[in-house]
Design a protein around this ligand. Structure first.
Ligand code: F6P
Length: 363
């Protein structure tokens, strides 16, 4: 038992993903069982920390949740404490509300904080660690775009959903001799489109890292008219043409990342139909990729991350993020974790493998 660690705060920030509950469980269970510590759930991410929405978790709260999607704590991709949207009579003002979060942290007597989130949450966690909080980060995101870990939990589950969707779209596209464009998530990194496109046998894969030519995409689809007579085009929401920009659905100043993407699938489908004359449909997978139960891989990775986060705290190591490197869970400084996004390298073996089996990246 570590006498220094009495009250541990835990929160989930940013977009949810399968595996969050498995982390919460593997932090909270050993903390309560073996460290004699209380675990305080901070509700709705950093927003809940600013607003002081917290509650002590019980054994019952964290039992039977390893297979549960979403997060029992709630989350939010708004409410960065250092860039906090405050509603007033004259509209929304952005203020620094970090002092309010610090006050609630102190009021609740927290000794340490486990922050589970993506790049936005890790940035906030880093700023709080600079202000002296004992923070350990746990990387999550279906986008798999955090550089300092080989993989984030949530990605494998999203990949399964997207692959299964492509399998289903293959049969209907084939039956009607159509092109089906499937838009998947992936703001700045194309891991989901690349992984699901490769696993699902897509004919064209469009990712943010490789701006595409409209002509190349249409050529790739048109040439299949004489053979298989149908095509699947898997496109990341963040993909863009060489001569264009990413397609933004809306912008909201309250969000940690103000931009919400969506719409490139529709544009690609329209252009293909117009240029090739082949009947084309579009399916946007959206949040289906984030919902539901985590895969076994994600449950195990999330559990290992959570257990390591607690061990890290109990040995008095802070300001770091747990990370998968090779087969091992290690820790890396939060500063390094937020330095770069993990994009698909253009010389990635995944890309060359896809090219080898005839996939076009529209370049
Ligand atoms: O960051 C994960 C992610 O799923 C992105 O791929 C997507 O752009 C974003 O979240 C959507 O977030 P929301 O609709 O919840 O604001």
């Amino acid at each position: 038992m570590n006498s220094k660690l009495k009250r541990i705060g835990i929160l989930t920030g940013g977009g949810d993903c399968p595996g969050l509950n498995a982390v919460i469980r593997s932090v909270a269970k050993p903390a309560m069982l073996y460290e004699g510590a209380s675990v305080i759930g901070i509700l709705d991410g950093f927003e809940g920390m600013v607003e002081g929405r917290m509650r002590e978790l019980t054994h019952l709260d964290v039992s039977g949740i390893v297979n549960l999607g979403g997060t029992i704590l709630g989350t939010s991709n708004k409410g960065d404490p250092f860039h906090y949207p405050e509603e007033g009579t004259d509209g929304i003002r952005i203020v620094d509300a970090s002092h309010r979060a610090l006050k609630h942290y102190a009021d609740w007597g927290l000794d340490a904080l486990v922050a589970i989130g993506g790049d936005g949450s890790m940035n906030i966690a880093y700023k709080f660690s600079q202000l002296g909080l004992h923070v350990v980060g746990v990387p999550k995101t279906i986008d798999n775009d955090l550089e300092a870990t080989d993989v984030t939990f949530g990605y494998d589950s999203a990949l399964h959903v997207a692959t299964e969707a492509i399998d289903r779209l293959q049969t209907t596209a084939s039956a009607h001799h159509r092109v089906i464009v499937v838009e998947v998530m992936g703001r700045y990194a194309g891991w989901i489109a690349l992984g699901a496109g490769l696993a699902g046998g897509a004919d064209v894969i469009l990712i943010p890292e490789i701006p595409f030519s409209w002509d190349r995409v249409c050529e790739a689809v048109a040439q299949r008219k004489w053979g298989a007579k149908f095509s699947i085009v898997c496109v990341s929401e963040g993909a863009r043409p060489e001569d264009g920009k990413i397609v933004v659905k809306e912008s909201d100043v309250k969000r940690t990342d103000p931009v919400r993407l969506g719409g490139i699938g529709e544009l690609v489908a329209n252009r293909i139909q117009e240029k090739t004359g082949i009947e084309t449909r579009v399916t946007v997978l959206g949040h289906v990729q984030r919902g539901g139960s985590p895969t076994a891989y994600d449950r195990i990775l999330a559990s290992r991350f959570g257990a390591m986060a607690l061990q890290t705290l109990t040995r008095g190591e802070f300001g770091c993020m747990v990370s998968l490197q090779g087969r091992d869970i290690v820790t890396v400084p939060l500063k390094d974790a937020i330095a770069r996004q993990r994009l698909v390298p253009r010389d990635s073996q995944l890309i060359s493998t896809a090219r080898a089996v005839g996939v076009s990246f529209g370049d």
